[in-house]
Write a new protein. Structure first.
Length: 567
């Protein structure tokens, strides 16, 4: 795994095809791609891979990339989805300039091409219901049966198709089908549907149309109209390529090249818009932009950076072979990018009060803290230090186990950027829970070093109690407990601990008024981002990704060892 600032270029067979095409002068030396999403949901990390491929290759070879909405199904499409897709592509860092198109821009031309195929005896109006069409289609081992209406005359087909457009027939009563080969071993060539009747208002064309082209019919012709050279699709469209080619060849129009690549599959998530929509509609998540969702908007809200996603897409490469990528690899690139760019701050998520008994009551010192050791140009900041502090509850153990080096009775530790302190007294409430520690500090250790050379084994972060900013922090984990959530019941595989909300967190005062979307490393805890729910009176942070926690691994191993011993 690369950990360099620039991700190593991975294998990409599409890049190699383009290089060969440029060398041979195919398409006149042009490179023109497109990203053609359906506006029937929010984009996810799988779409991000496709966006990076299409826009990235066009940029690499000095070409162009269009953004084109495949808006051919008004029953599932919404303006909200269109707007979210535009925002996502821009956020990822890509620009289609003036080339924003819609399949609906070409509805009249597509209709005329359908008429051309009818006149050539290559298309016919069919009265079979959708269920009957599936029944007549046959199977992989048995040929299909011809529709009883397959041999209608050209004149009758033209008349019926015109009346379909005029709205004379109800939904599902008739379709326009290509006349190809009902015995073809490729089921996609067994007289596929080109147009279906849908009396539904379109988000752009309103009620002008009541017949809509299928994706298979619109796809290649839209590419042709726009002069696309390399029409890049996911692998499930490989069997559709002969149909893509058939339409273009029969119409005798400009012919782009369709190329298929393996779609992205990741552990602990689903990348089906239908399933993601179900999670949203049934309230299993708060919305499409829930930070647990694999949507681009969800990842943006969680604090992922576009640079990290682009680096991830480049790293996994492009191939013809389906595979499953570990979700942790995406997290690696997020962590790697934020390590270089996110300022460090101190925050206490589960506060435990510490009183330094020998520190002056009215004294407040400003401790110089480094904003990012990876980037000295980010400078330093001043953090207030006072008599009463907060530390993490997990940073104290009254009866510490082996290999636990943090604060304990009689033990000395370093406070980051400040002093050595020693725990002398533990205060508990009526339930026996530790609520307060009394410590002493060594004034000679300001800055975190002892003049006599003595060492401590742990450095803790802290926040001054009188200067602390209160905040809500949302800790997110994987949405599903199984690596493959589709194994078994999807809902049963949801992770019940995918969200933990901490209400009484204490942050250093530099975070007062932190703008929405700003990212930070909470020292020793992970990377966090200001959520859109945040206000001036109520800060809300999302955990973007955790840091590696060596102690957590040790503790887990000890617990597992104890279980084995008991067994």
């Amino acid at each position: 795994m690369s950990t360099s600032n620039e991700t190593a270029r991975s294998s990409n067979f599409i890049r190699e095809i383009i290089i060969r095409d440029l060398e041979t002068g195919k398409y006149g030396g042009r490179v023109h791609t497109r990203f053609p999403p359906e506006p029937n949901g929010y984009l996810h990390i799988g779409h991000a891979k496709s966006i990076c491929i299409n826009f990235g290759l066009a940029k690499e070879f000095g070409g162009k990339c269009n953004l084109r909405f495949d808006d051919t199904n008004p029953c599932k499409e919404e303006v909200e989805y269109v707007e979210s897709i535009i925002e996502d592509v821009r956020w990822l860092g890509f620009d289609w300039e003036d080339r924003l198109y819609y399949a609906s821009d070409y509805f009249e031309q597509l209709y005329q091409w359908a008429v051309q195929l009818i006149k050539a005896g290559k298309a016919y109006v069919c009265d079979l219901t959708p269920e009957q069409i599936r029944e007549y289609r046959g199977t992989l081992t048995e040929p299909g049966r011809e529709s009883p209406w397959r041999n209608r005359s050209v004149e009758e087909n033209l008349n019926l198709f015109e009346r379909m457009r005029a709205g004379e027939f109800p939904d599902g009563s008739r379709t326009l089908r290509a006349k190809i080969d009902m015995a073809s071993p490729n089921l996609n060539l067994r007289d596929p549907v080109m147009y279906r009747i849908l009396h539904a208002e379109h988000h752009r064309t309103g009620k002008k149309w009541c017949i809509y082209p299928t994706y298979d019919f619109a796809h290649g012709q839209c590419d042709s109209i726009e002069g696309i050279t390399h029409s890049i699709c996911t692998l499930e469209f490989e069997d559709h390529r002969p149909l893509y080619d058939w339409y273009l060849d029969q119409l005798g129009i400009y012919h782009p090249q369709q190329i298929e690549f393996a779609r992205l599959n990741m552990t602990h998530t689903v990348l089906s818009k239908r399933k993601l929509l179900m999670l949203v509609q049934n309230g299993h998540v708060s919305g499409w932009d829930d930070p647990r969702m694999p949507t681009i908007s969800g990842m943006r809200r969680r604090g992922y950076t576009p640079e990290a996603i682009r680096n991830f897409a480049e790293r996994i490469g492009v191939s013809k072979t389906n595979s499953v990528i570990e979700f942790s690899l995406l997290e690696h690139f997020v962590r790697e990018d934020l390590n270089r760019t996110a300022p460090r701050v101190m925050a206490v998520l589960r506060p435990l009060k510490v009183v330094i008994d020998n520190y002056p009551d009215d004294l407040v010192e400003e401790m110089e803290a480094v904003n990012n050791p990876e980037d000295p140009s980010m400078g330093t900041r001043q953090v207030p230090f006072s008599k009463v502090l907060y530390i993490e509850r997990d940073d104290f153990r009254e009866d510490p186990p082996k290999q636990y080096y943090r604060l304990a009775p009689g033990r000395e530790v370093r406070l980051r950027y400040a002093y050595f302190i020693r725990c002398n007294e533990v205060v508990k409430d009526e339930n026996g829970e530790v609520v307060e520690l009394h410590c002493t500090y060594d004034p000679a250790t300001r800055g975190g070093n002892a003049p006599d050379g003595r060492k401590v084994k742990a450095t803790l972060h802290w926040v001054s109690a009188s200067h602390a900013v209160n905040a809500e922090v949302r800790l997110y984990d994987k949405l599903f407990i199984r690596e493959n959530p589709d194994e078994g019941d999807l809902i049963a595989n949801l992770n019940p601990n995918s969200l933990e909300i901490l209400k009484d967190c204490k942050l250093e005062p530099s975070l007062m008024g932190a703008p929405v979307g700003s990212r930070y490393q909470f020292e020793r805890l992970g990377y966090f981002c200001v959520d859109p729910d945040s206000t001036a009176e109520h800060l809300v942070f999302n955990r973007t990704v955790a840091l590696r926690d060596t102690w957590a691994k040790i503790e887990k191993a000890q617990q597992q060892g104890a279980v084995k011993t008991q067994q």
